[in-house]
Design a protein around this ligand. Structure first.
Ligand code: SF4
Ligand code: SF4
Length: 332
């Protein structure tokens, strides 16, 4: 990959016109930056309709920008997003053990467009403010991205490859989740899908961590032990009786402590070197207000996930093996 400018001394700045769209609001406030008490998260971005979110004009601006690029307009407008999930559950299937249901679910998901599958028990604090669920489990689906399409970053009108790949994989994730929802309902159980890029009723990042999909990286995205950060998520809530996974710990968090690659590569300097308090949790956090302007200008940016060493194809498994040994030696 070409050498990138280190933006630490001269961060990129948004235009005044874009700052006016923010209307004096801070996404960091909605996200609970600096708050020491736990609370449910707010829906901040990718809310439908956009007027239901705090940054409707900014979100509309990003969508309109995407629509000026024919390739991006087409990939969303002509998308196959999977079967309808309006139907009620069918006749209850013969009882099976939770192991048999889990095996059957994984087999179906992996044969129907998911690349990895994890299951977690739903925690109430993952639900966005104003939402609840009666479902006990969430099935988290991983769809891998074609990392080679991140050669020209950030995306631009002339080189929209990565933004196109994001849309392609969100559409695949949607098909995977809706097909799985349909399959679960055909067994007589309840199911509801969550499909990106739109935010649903549940924060999928903590759900994915609990389901063993990855660790949170300094760049605010998940790091997976096989795919690095080159993947997208979809999910299905369900009352199908399932076995749950455990969080996967392979040293990504410790690796981030000594790495500054994404921090130095981020044009608006939105990635903090230190963990921060967010709704009572100390964790890696990306400054929403700094990121969003560049994200808008560049059809989704993604420099941070592309430069992350874990995202280099084939590298994550070796890093995971080495760093798992390190954290075991240190007893973490
Ligand atoms: S997407 Fe990542 S690299 Fe791009 S501006 Fe946001 S935090 Fe920085
Ligand atoms: S680039 Fe380095 S610091 Fe940033 S998320 Fe990846 S490993 Fe962590």
């Amino acid at each position: 990959m070409a050498k990138r400018k280190n933006w630490s001394k001269d961060p990129w700045q948004p235009t005044l016109a874009f700052q006016e769209l923010l209307d004096g609001k801070s996404g960091n406030d909605f996200n609970g930056l600096g708050e020491t008490e736990p609370r449910q998260p707010d829906r901040v971005f990718w809310v439908q309709p956009s007027s239901d979110g705090p940054f409707g004009p900014v979100q509309d601006c990003i969508v309109e920008r995407h629509n000026t690029v024919p390739e991006l307009l087409a990939v969303y407008a002509n998308a196959d997003r999977g079967p309808s999930e309006r139907s009620e559950p069918g006749k209850l299937a013969e009882p099976r053990s939770t192991t048999a249901w889990t095996d059957g679910l994984q087999e179906f998901a992996l044969a129907n467009e998911s690349d990895q599958v994890g299951v977690a028990t739903i925690e109430p604090q993952w639900m966005y403010e104003g939402f609840t669920t009666e479902m006990p489990f969430v099935v988290v689906l991983v769809v891998a991205m074609d990392h080679s399409r991140s050669r020209e970053l950030p995306p631009s009108n002339e080189h929209p490859d990565w933004a196109h790949e994001v849309a392609v994989q969100y559409n695949r994730g949607s098909r995977a989740a809706r097909k799985l929802t349909k399959w679960i309902k055909s067994q007589g159980y309840q199911a509801k899908s969550h499909t990106g890029p739109w935010v649903g009723s549940m924060n999928l990042i903590p759900a994915a961590i609990a389901a063993g999909v990855g660790e949170l990286g300094k760049h605010g995205s998940l790091i997976n032990r096989e795919l690095g950060s080159s993947f997208r998520l979809a999910a299905v809530e369900t009352d199908l009786p399932l076995e749950v996974n455990q969080p996967d710990r392979f040293g990504a968090d410790e690796f981030c402590l000594g790495c500054q690659v994404c921090t130095n590569a981020c044009p608006p300097q939105a990635i903090s070197q230190e963990k921060q308090q967010v709704r009572g949790d100390e964790k890696w956090y990306v400054d929403f207000d700094k990121c969003i302007g560049y994200f808008n200008e560049t059809y989704g940016c993604a420099i941070c996930i592309s430069v992350c060493p874990w995202s280099t194809p084939g590298r994550a498994p070796n890093l995971a093996e080495r760093w798992t040994k390190r954290i075991i030696v240190k007893g973490q």
